[in-house]
Design a protein around this ligand. Structure first.
Ligand SMILES: NC(=O)c1ccc[n+]([C@@H]2O[C@H](COP(=O)([O-])OP(=O)(O)OC[C@H]3O[C@@H](n4cnc5c(N)ncnc54)[C@H](OP(=O)(O)O)[C@@H]3O)[C@@H](O)[C@H]2O)c1
Length: 298
């Protein structure tokens, strides 16, 4: 039975991975994150572990002897990464080196997540071998983390994904959740129509990860939802699914948001490799949002 150490287990993806793996695999799971206790308490072992602390990572790996480190921890606030660069680099890049240092002598596999933000969004959608060109500090940090893993020679899977949505206990808000929370109170929202890409139901990403692990894959895989649409069209589908008033959604352009970090506009990830090699079958936006609605208890 494989032993899996999950880092960042209290985050959106960490919780989805933990609950799916417990339900659908016989892996021995150890949850870890920076908090004192697991947010998702389903009877699994939990250890407080900060991946930026090299000694803490070493100690945990030596004590628990996992076969796989599944890294769900990251500095995910794209705009804050522009202004809190040191902290962003420490968590998104230096901490990956800590995982590598613990993994290499023990021949462990590392599963790590990356993003379409490693691309500039001039000519998406992108394949696994498209040439990266990040336009934000977050994108640069995630690309550096990919490169650190590849250069290390450690057995690894890098999963690129984008625009996660889903539910979890005490998780940060995400694009779909933010829309639901506003529209259910009839609060108007501004949504960009010039940002194009996939969105990803977090349970689908967890499922794709399980497939990759079961097939002992290695290398880079794109795992996202099936369809590539604008954020505005995503909002329209969400209104259909939740029966919200579409006139509350106003169309705007990304530049009008004046966000600190630049975003790739014409983006998207092509999932053909994961579909053919891993047997991953992505949900489309409609299916993902229907599941999301069910999980929210609407
Ligand atoms: N969300 C998206 O739309 C998206 C898109 C593309 C790629 N990704 C990638 O997918 C992965 C998972 O993202 P997510 O949305 O699940 O992120 P998330 O919800 O922000 O979860 C990250 C978790 O890591 C924890 N963490 C922070 N610092 C840590 C440390 N030093 N040691 C251990 N854990 C730490 C966080 O705790 P605190 O909350 O207490 O800080 C949080 O629970 C990341 O690699 C991200 O870059 C996400």
């Amino acid at each position: 039975m494989k032993r899996i150490l999950i880092t960042g287990a209290n985050g959106l993806l960490g919780q989805a991975i933990t609950s799916l793996f417990k339900r659908e695999s016989d892996f021995d799971l150890l949850q870890s994150s920076v908090e004192d206790a697991p947010f998702l308490d389903i009877g699994l072992d939990y250890i407080k572990m900060d991946i930026t602390n090299k000694e803490e990572v070493k100690k945990t790996v030596n004590k628990y002897s996992p076969d796989v480190i599944l890294n769900c921890a990251a500095f995910t606030d794209v705009d804050k990464c522009e202004t809190e660069r040191e902290q962003c680099w420490r968590l998104n890049v230096d901490a990956i080196k800590n995982l590598i240092i613990s993994a290499r002598p023990n021949n462990l596999k590392i599963i790590h997540y990356s993003t379409d933000y490693i691309f500039d969004g001039k000519n998406g959608p992108y394949k696994e071998d498209s040439i990266p060109h990040p336009i934000s500090f977050y994108g640069r940090s995630k690309l550096a983390s990919e490169n650190a893993l590849i250069i290390s020679g450690v057995d690894s899977i890098i999963i690129r994904t984008m625009v996660l949505f889903g539910v979890g206990i005490k998780v940060k808000s995400n694009f779909a959740l933010w829309m639901v929370n506003n529209l259910r109170n009839n609060t108007p929202i501004n949504i960009v129509d010039d940002m194009i890409g996939n969105s990803t139901m977090v349970d689908d990403l967890a499922y794709g990860t399980l497939k990759a692990l079961e097939r002992d894959a290695r290398g880079i895989y794109n795992i996202t939802g099936a369809d590539i649409i604008s954020r505005f069209d995503f909002a329209m589908i969400l209104c259909d699914v939740f029966n919200f008033n579409k006139t509350l959604v106003r169309k705007i352009k990304t530049k009008d948001l004046n966000q600190p970090a630049l975003r790739p506009l014409n983006s998207g990830l092509i999932t053909y490799k994961a579909e053919t090699e891993l047997g991953f079958k992505p949900m489309d936006t409609l299916e993902g949002l229907r599941l999301f609605k069910y999980q929210l208890g609407f």
